[in-house]
Design a protein. Structure first.
Ligand SMILES: [Ca+2]
Ligand SMILES: [Ca+2]
Ligand SMILES: [Ca+2]
Ligand SMILES: [Ca+2]
Ligand SMILES: [Ca+2]
Ligand SMILES: [Ca+2]
Lengths: 270, 270, 270, 270, 270, 270
């Protein structure tokens, strides 16, 4: 069950409102690298957790924190939009529309649909999509999804940090970047706790997987170049359970052979 | 540039066609855990690669292999659908529709839209979505996305393996599971090659991130329970650059304060 | 800022796990009538609120409660799926796949993608979509969106209530239906507070709208039938600002006249 | 069954073509607040109507009118795009692309995909989505969806009206705003006709809903602040069937308790 | 501008309601091959038409007819759903849920979301998507899109015809199939009218296209098999403007060479 | 099975990087007219092909070539983005954000999400969607889908060619336009090979379609104007199997008559 406080987790100040930066910030709210995604992802992982309890608890703790990050960013968007519609109207009136860009890099829906507020969408206005939520029922797979989410999330936040000179925005992003550092570490800590065991899932008997292709790098290069002698073409596999080898791709499956069309499907007759 | 062979990478046999299993296999084609996703993901990462060359090469090699996996699974879907429309029509004619299920767990579009062929969609018929493709411009972030993709992909393949007794299908899945083992190892090998450096991105100066919150577990539990003394609440951080601490969440950001609505947005007047 | 408790808002019991009911429950989680939608909708309305404070507070209170409803339903899905994969495997093995339905009304991704957990999707597996979140910057418009959301949400919940005989599920739904009753009343209370003023937005000067068509029912029926003498064709308008009239549709705009194609767009030449 | 006339319902003139305004107008065509949405929504409600006839008739009348609104707006988009590609090409050639914005706030697909015509998409180019169509089988719920649709639609139209100085566009929008006024009134007239009965659906026996939580405002604020004494925390409920009370949220559901993972789902073993 | 009649274009009778067939029919309403698609496609092509008038007129005529087809199919869905919820409830109550399929091939949202009505979605419940609407500004390209749409639409309708024995449904489909025959012919008649000129667009000077690759079949088969001597590898091209030749694919573009990462994007440093 | 070469199919040079043109090029990668679509479309048609072999082969050949086109365009996007982030940062710092457009016509996700690389999305950032892939099981329908795809693809490429003065980009587009010419011809060659038989599917007995409406142009114009005497209203039908006639639309289906609502769906009671 959930509760809230009227205050923000961390301060959100904007010295010079900038509707273009508001558009950029949307990526961190409703984009694939954004806070709605990690929020729902950690919460669903918690709710679907079938043990151990300490992992469920942690996921619930951090999933809850992420709601506060959405809140901070939504506030930042609203603050960056202040004054935007008046400015835009003035410029619209003054412009020669076939020559001059008025809307520029603004999101038109920030005015048209949201009345100068934040939306559940990315920086191109593409809506948040529930298909991004990973909760697979395998905790190691989920933790890798989480490390990836925090890695791309931190990459995004550092790019946003580069794109602004507003001290308030830089400070807020500095906080969010720090939290991404911690969260990357958290999920790696769970993986360490789990023994960093690979391949995932570790519950499938590896004896059942094809033994000739589970540690072989298959080169599909038509020029049949020799092995590049890299970490992934020779030596012990990273999971410690095999030895990397190298081979040139060759077809082993023959030509596929499908039956003639079923008359009921009304294929074309010749 | 790309080439093909008329033969399959590995043999695809179906002893007893099963349209319900064809529906399940769609998840491995057009689902978020499926082969179209990894195929395009590795290829885009290769095409966008700004060095070193060995990583670009590897991504191109394996991205190309994944096309062959889509091909195998599409063939498997088509083979599992053979006879389905005739059988369905017979059952449709015989049934009392308000009592008996005819379509059952089949995908109706396998007949209606594809004429007993595979589709670029998941096991519920939801279309493949390009937003799943991760190519972030940061290779470590991308590799974590790849490990996650192969982890959930292998989890999916093992579940499909459990759901069938068809020896041809089990053999094909045994091959695909083996490849997922290798591919998980490959991406981890790149991460090892890169020094397993965290946090990602490692090019952002950590001195610029908030120093009070980058290694602190924030507990949002309302009951203010004490630290659980876990790997992620005390001791050295996994990245080796900090020390985990534990704190109870508290608001530091004050109440947000937005301006009054801009008249041009036509908020409600009271 | 947000907090949680490890306990649920209301008890969630399932006597007889039923994976088909788990599929139905997904509509109340990730469907357009579901709890993720109202949760994010109320929270975004709160975060974008530019006053008065009492409305922002209420939206934050109730948006937070809705997270707890997602949690309850996700738990209900997980409980309804217990035993499902074993049962399915047994049936899959025993079946004659061209004759008998095995998957039936189950969601295949509940096993394949979620490992017997809940997903951010509707009862057909279509992902939650951020475009459903309404936060328009006009509080009266938002409140109508909220009344509608709770009305369809309560309709959905009563249908789910009809579809189950499980006492635990009926009890949980009875609670959620009660909350929908309250929430419908809440949003109507805000509208009452606002004076139930129409048309929305009330800040646009009605003198600027076309005065011949703002209270006229336009009948597009080709047979030019006379007025049906209904509440919406005569008498005072519901907003109290006009008088309903009735007219037959007739074109006033003439034929549209577009220029010839621009050569740069490469229209077909004839 | 449907018919058309070659003429427009109302005149559509553009004095100064403005491709940026064409982009804004797309929100009123293919956006969530737009005319395709209301058109299909009213028509589906009519087609699914199971009585009384007068409501079906009205829905069909107005759903048909909305097609004419899509037509007007599509014409307005095409007129605003005239000259755009030539102007853009000239500017593209002259510009220093790393310094100067050429495309600005234009929708690139207006040239690339539509050849200077309108699209079934919103102002960010996000395609119209059928999930927005509400036809619930409960007429009161549908009418609230309709009031909300016309409220956000009218808010959108007033914002578009503010953003242009073109007299032709202002005149067209003045007509569409007037129609939104009427349509808001129409749907409210149906609700009045239905007795403004709440909660919706009124066919579910309220005795079956949880009696302790159907008129209680649940405060999720962690600080347990006292009741704000508002319209929604005390006094008679708006539906006239209960009395508002106020309580602080507390968990009643205990800790959820899911079973251990099913081995067939290949959760991680520890 | 548009008008309607209360009557249907053609009679819609259902002798034995069948909710599974209702699900199948959804493909013809909201699927990619369905009537909403062709309706909006022809109407947008008409509205965007920049001449000649006879094509605009025809598109408007037929686009209007398609609305009547959506109406017929929506009615057919509603009629096929009659009795479905009662039957389902009875079966739900009687079933042993882990063994027996209850929902089977029904669309759960037909009850949960639509209350036994039609939806703007396909046979898997995936919403209609505006990206399917083709209106390119080149009439020949549009006509090919239309021929394709009617071809797949007629294929779909014949499959639906095969899947039912209900005489009313067969009669309705026989009418819709006939209309698809006519509409295929109509769009081909326009192409004939336009001179069946290829390649499309015919306004681009072919002298500007690469002259070595515009009539050459490029074989990407790794085995460098000889030309198959088919219609598309030798002889005059179908457009009458070139001669087909055959070649084996070979790379002409060299290795791509991207710059090192820009520091501001925070790629990983090594 | 598939192979690759490290080299590109054709050279990709960019003299003056232009991030706005990079945005335009995305339409040719991930847009509905783009290369991912044709690539997957031809491959799925090949994989689902049930004969004859020569068509399967050709589809596989050309589907494989299209992967090389995605690669070329992705490379072109990356090259056009070089220098973009530094330039943008400088401009961002210098600008008065409420007055001047900085982002202009750039895609913000090119920096934020892709780190100056290509994405699987269109020119508005809308992700590629698998619903665009047509593989119907009827080869004539598929070929028309392919002609349409190459027609809109070539229209798009010529518009891109118009929008740039960069000689490298013009040269690359000149190659892609040439390939579109060839591919249009290829699919028409298959149709010629198949006898250009209509209507599609030709396997459905035309005697089963309604004989009064299969060659009749239905005019839905309310003004009942006389026949326009066009190619599609009189004379032999294009398929050679009927004679075009002209009629005014009239309703033949009567009024639809649905049952009263089922109580279990909780319609509103009055
Ligand atoms: Ca975060
Ligand atoms: Ca694979
Ligand atoms: Ca709720
Ligand atoms: Ca309207
Ligand atoms: Ca039709
Ligand atoms: Ca191509």
């Amino acid at each position: 069950m959930f509760y809230h406080d009227r205050q923000l987790q961390y301060k959100v100040r904007v010295e010079k409102p900038n509707p273009e930066f508001a558009k950029l910030l949307q990526q961190a709210i409703g984009g694939v690298e954004g806070e709605i995604r990690v929020c729902l992802q950690y919460l669903f992982q918690a709710w679907n957790s079938r043990g151990p309890q300490k992992y469920r608890d942690m996921l619930l703790e951090t999933g809850t924190e992420e709601i506060s990050h959405i809140e901070m960013l939504a506030t930042a968007v609203a603050l960056n939009l202040e004054g935007a519609s008046t400015a835009l109207k003035e410029k619209m009136a003054a412009s020669n529309p076939l020559v001059e860009s008025v809307l520029g890099g603004k999101d038109p829906r920030h005015i048209l649909s949201a009345g100068l507020g934040a939306m559940a969408a990315d920086s191109n206005g593409v809506p948040f999509n529930g298909s991004w939520i990973v909760s697979s029922g395998n905790i190691a797979a989920d933790m890798h999804a989480n490390v990836y989410a925090e890695a791309t999330g931190r990459v995004l936040a550092t790019r946003l940090w580069e794109m602004t000179d507003d001290p308030g925005m830089k400070d807020m992003l500095s906080f969010l970047i720090a939290r991404d550092t911690m969260h990357q570490n958290q999920w790696m800590a769970v993986l360490e706790d789990l023994g960093n065991v690979h391949p995932i899932p570790n519950s499938f008997p590896q004896s059942q997987e094809n033994q000739q292709f589970n540690y072989t790098f298959v080169s599909t290069n038509i020029n049949q170049e020799p092995s590049p002698h890299t970490r992934w073409t020779e030596g012990p596999s990273v999971d410690g359970k095999g030895t990397f080898t190298f081979m040139h791709a060759e077809p082993m499956g023959g030509m596929p052979d499908l039956s003639k069309p079923d008359p009921l499907t009304h294929a074309q007759t010749e």
